[in-house]
Design a protein around this ligand. Structure first.
Ligand SMILES: *Cc1c(COP(=O)(O)O)cnc(C)c1O
Length: 350
């Protein structure tokens, strides 16, 4: 081995769900929204011209920040935007998780957390979910360098109530606590109301799921002004211009169209509740998801087999070949028609 090889930052990267080249698939594998973005987004896109692209974008993305602040009922100084919440979360790890003590997160959770921790050499300890795949609040009472978990959790869909989040925060007031609310709009209550009580809380949200804009890459953090300033200092030391003009303009339209947002999220909630009934009838069990996906296991047929059979039919779902969850499939909630075709195939196959 050459000397230079010893000094490489070697990492095991995150593996995203497959984005198939075929267009005839029913794509229920990466938790995208089956509905298009707000019609206001399409309208704004038609107005965009190429000429302003010679200039750098607004580094503060002020227009987008203000629209998000209005929607969240906070002041613009409490919002930090990034290229998807993955960018925002990576900046949070870099800025706030600098202790020698391990950060804590669940053993079954968003599989990017351990990737960032490894990449940034942050020690971590994973806390096992209980047998029903629930987060155990008491596991987060120990000394740590920070806490992060999604609510609802992924890929389980299980939701923690605000009392439990308050409980975890009250036992962790000397570290940064991050609540990743990528799926909160599909049934849970946001914990942004706790920001007034806990200056160490950061809530992270995304336009990728409930606002149907995964392809535009927009995410944000909501926290006290002081934490947002620390986060911005690190971001501006890294890359000032992460948000491009188009993302800023189109994200603003999406954030302002509250009526469309309500309409699509209610449709997905209704489809999910119906899917719970249908899948139960077919012999599946699952945690009671409040997200836009269900994490299912079948009483008879192994998940790996079902995954392959579904894929063969052009129905893509997500399978994680990992301890404790290798007999589960994560099925994103699609349109009623897509779900109908899934049930139809399962009825026949099973
Ligand atoms: C989808 C997801 C994200 C990241 O989404 P972006 O597209 O980067 O905004 C973050 N956390 C969880 C738990 C997710 O499922």
């Amino acid at each position: 081995m050459r000397d230079w090889e010893a000094n490489i930052r070697k990492v095991t990267p995150y593996v995203p769900g497959e984005q198939p080249k075929r267009t005839d698939v029913i794509k229920l594998n990466t938790n995208e929204n089956p509905y298009p973005p707000s019609p206001k987004v399409a309208e704004a896109l038609r107005q965009i011209s190429a000429e302003p692209m010679r200039k750098y974008p607004d580094p503060e993305a002020r227009m987008l920040v203000e629209a998000i602040a209005r929607e969240e009922g906070v002041c613009p100084e409490q919002i930090f935007v990034g290229v998807g919440s993955d960018d925002v979360l990576a900046m949070i790890f870099l800025t706030f998780f600098n202790s020698q003590k391990p950060i804590l997160f669940p053993d079954i959770t968003y599989s990017f957390y351990d990737v960032w921790a490894d990449m940034l050499r942050i020690p971590y300890e994973q806390q096992p979910l209980d047998k029903d795949f629930e987060i155990v609040a008491r596991d987060y009472d120990k000394e740590n360098g920070g806490v992060i978990f999604p609510n609802p959790n992924a890929p389980t869909g299980a939701l923690l109530g605000l009392e439990t989040i308050d409980d975890i925060l009250s036992h962790n007031q000397d570290v940064i606590v991050v609540v990743d609310e990528a799926y909160i709009d599909f049934g849970g209550s946001t914990c942004t109301g706790l920001l007034d009580h806990y200056e160490n809380l950061i809530v992270v949200k995304t336009f990728s799921k409930s606002r149907s804009m995964a392809g535009m890459r927009i995410g944000y953090a909501i926290a006290g002004e002081k934490l947002i300033r620390y986060l911005s200092d690190v971001k501006y030391s890294f890359n000032s211009y992460t948000m491009n003009q188009t993302a800023i303009a189109l994200g603003t339209e999406a954030a302002l169209d509250h009526a469309y947002f309500e309409e699509t999220r209610q449709k997905i909630i209704a489809t999910r509740e119906n899917a719970k009934k249908e899948l139960k009838k077919l012999g599946f069990s699952f945690p009671d998801s409040q997200a836009n996906f269900l994490f299912v296991t079948h009483k008879r047929v192994p998940a790996a087999e079902l995954f392959a059979a579904l894929k063969e039919q052009g129905i893509y779902v997500r399978y994680f070949n990992k301890p404790r969850i290798d007999n589960y499939l994560r099925i994103t909630i699609g349109t009623d028609e897509e779900m109908g075709r899934l049930f139809e195939f399962l009825r026949e196959y099973l």
